[in-house]
Design a protein around this ligand. Structure first.
Ligand code: APR
Length: 279
């Protein structure tokens, strides 16, 4: 019978030898190997290899000041045509996209942790649903989901619902319940509160975690920095995995591994699986 575990171990050792995993990567892999509870905070960078763009930096959505302005809560409801003109195509792109090796590595990490009685919680700033589609089971959507819509009128009886309709430019869909008010994507705009149930679940996961992996985020919004602050308050070891260093390094980040998430994460998870980190 094929011994898949042995193959995995061998592949991991080869992978390490060939790719020249650094001592720092090996140290983080060792921590993942010893941990029972791990939390990941993910941002737009983790979905880049799936063809979904980032918000900041060259080519980022917020380079266009009109779009940035439209996504402020004070701009509602007049900005809904612009919001839908962005979120409609984003929805279509996300539906067509596939989880990439970074997402899949987190599925593998969850299996490793669950296999030894632990857990992996993903707190994501992303609204593309790719972690769930990859197969992770504990995903907390801090900024909502573009795969859901809700009525603009909070008093309307319509609950947020799964919605795959990508309206063409210029169309603002109308609420199917009240048939008066416009629909809006069920996402958190600038100036809106983060969902309390998500914050509370995230806090509870961090409280029990040994390691926090912060992946593919610029750390420009407070949801990232406050997550790291909370982790530090609970004594959680924090590792930043990002393509580039942060403009303002966070004092509670213990380790930074620079590189594309779709390369760094699979390598770390392989190494952790092979118990290649320091014991
Ligand atoms: N692997 C790892 N990191 C990457 C990759 C990659 N392949 N590609 C890009 N990055 C990094 C960039 O270097 C950048 O630091 O991902 C980061 C993306 O930063 P942002 O675009 O600011 O995305 P994010 O941090 O998730 O934004 C947070 O801001 O506008 C709001 O609600 C929006 O959720 C979003 C939030």
């Amino acid at each position: 019978m094929t011994d898949y575990n042995a193959i995995d171990r061998l592949t991991a050792q080869l992978s390490r030898a060939q790719s020249g995993a650094s001592e720092r990567q090996a140290d983080v892999a060792g921590r993942l190997h010893r941990a029972r509870r791990v939390v990941v905070l993910s941002g737009a960078g983790i979905s880049v290899a799936s063809g979904i763009g980032t918000y900041r930096g060259a080519g980022g959505l917020w380079e266009n000041p009109e779009l940035l302005e439209a996504h402020q809560v004070e701009s509602l409801p007049d900005s809904l045509p612009i919001i839908w003109s962005v979120k409609g195509p984003m929805r279509a792109r996300a539906l067509a996209a596939r989880p990439n090796p970074a997402h899949m590595a987190l599925v593998k990490l969850e299996r490793q942790l669950v296999g030894r009685g632990g857990s992996l919680t993903i707190i994501t700033q992303n609204i593309d649903g790719l972690h769930q589609r990859a197969g992770n089971t504990e995903v907390l959507e801090m900024h909502g989901s573009m795969m859901r819509s809700r009525c603009y009128d909070r008093m309307c009886a319509l609950k947020p619902f799964e919605d795959t309709y990508a309206p063409p430019a210029g169309e603002v869909p109308i609420c199917p319940r009240c048939q008066v008010q416009p629909l809006r994507p069920d996402v958190v705009l600038f100036g809106e509160a983060l969902p309390w149930s998500v914050i509370s679940a995230a806090e509870s996961a961090l409280h029990q975690a040994e390691v926090l992996l912060v992946v593919g985020t610029s750390g420009a919004v407070s949801s990232a920095t406050t997550t790291i602050d909370s982790a530090a308050a609970y004594g959680v070891y924090c590792v930043l995995i990002n393509k580039e260093p942060w403009d303002h390094p966070h004092p509670h980040v213990n380790e930074t591994l620079l590189g594309p998430a779709e390369e760094v994460l699979p390598r770390l998870v392989f190494l952790a699986d092979a118990q290649a980190g320091p014991a």
